[in-house]
Design a binder for this molecule. Structure first.
Ligand code: HEC
Ligand code: HEC
Length: 194
């Protein structure tokens, strides 16, 4: 390897090392970015307006992936596309770490049994709507209209995902409403993680 290339590589490694602050610094930076989000999603990720989803306690990978999708235009929403346009990839990573640092606690209403949960969804979203995959969102306690809207967006191709587009394409309006109602009646709490 020539000395020039070795120096460039060394520089890149050094820059890479410096651009990754510690986890605590990420969180502190993320909390600051979250001030831009709190009127709609709350500072802890518990939504303050009905059209915004709860995001506290979701996997960091999922949050970061969706924010990048809004930023690049792969997913579109009049509010979120504007919000993410101004954020750097580092700020997106930081704010995703902030919201992921909470824990989402779901409780089924007293009169319903876990076995009544929609069988087609539980393997990934759980019976109570707490995701069992790092790249899937929680559905617990989301407003039914939000879940309904997202499933219809997958069905018509407005939002795309290899798994969800296929699942939603086979669902009727009534089936969509039924699963949306199931997850929206779960009681969600978002608490700081220990
Ligand atoms: C003016 C209100 C508003 C603000 C401010 C806002 N959001 Fe949103 N956010 C929304 C709405 C509404 C949606 C639902 C979009 C849709 O229907 O596709 C959303 C969706 C999201 C999603 C997708 C969640 C999912 O489960 O798919 C993430 C992640 C998110 N917002 C994070 C943020 C972050 C981080 C910030 C701050 C940097 C922020 N939002 C600022 C209103 C807002
Ligand atoms: C094999 C795993 C899998 C199954 C089964 C599955 N999902 Fe998903 N779901 C995902 C993944 C992964 C995503 C994230 C999609 C993305 O990145 O845009 C998702 C996203 C969603 C979203 C978007 C939520 C948000 O916050 O934006 C909804 C709503 C949803 N799924 C509902 C359902 C319902 C209802 C069922 C059952 C009929 C179901 N899913 C079955 C994996 C799954």
């Amino acid at each position: 390897m020539s000395r020039a290339i070795a120096m460039v590589l060394g520089g890149l490694l050094l820059a890479g090392g410096l651009s990754h602050p510690s986890f605590a610094e990420d969180l502190e930076a993320g909390r600051k970015v979250a001030n831009m989000c709190r009127t709609c999603h709350g500072i802890d990720g518990y939504a303050q307006i009905p059209i915004a989803p709860h995001i506290g306690g979701e996997p960091k990978e999922y949050l970061e992936g969706q924010l990048m999708a809004f930023k690049t235009g792969a997913r579109h929403h009049e509010m979120m596309s504007v919000v993410t346009a101004t954020l750097s990839a580092q700020q997106i990573s930081d704010v995703a770490a902030w919201y992921a640092s909470f824990t989402a606690v779901a409780t089924l209403p007293a009169n319903v049994k876990e076995t009544e949960a929609p069988a087609a969804c539980v393997s990934c979203h759980g019976a109570d709507g707490i995701s069992v995959l790092f790249n899937a969102p929680n559905l617990a306690g989301e407003v039914n209209i939000y879940i309904d809207t997202q499933l219809k967006a997958f069905r018509v191709g407005k939002r795309q995902h290899e798994i969800m587009s296929e699942i939603a394409s086979e669902m009727t309006d009534a089936e969509i409403r039924e699963v949306a109602d199931w997850y929206s009646k779960v009681v969600l709490e978002i608490v700081p993680s220990d």
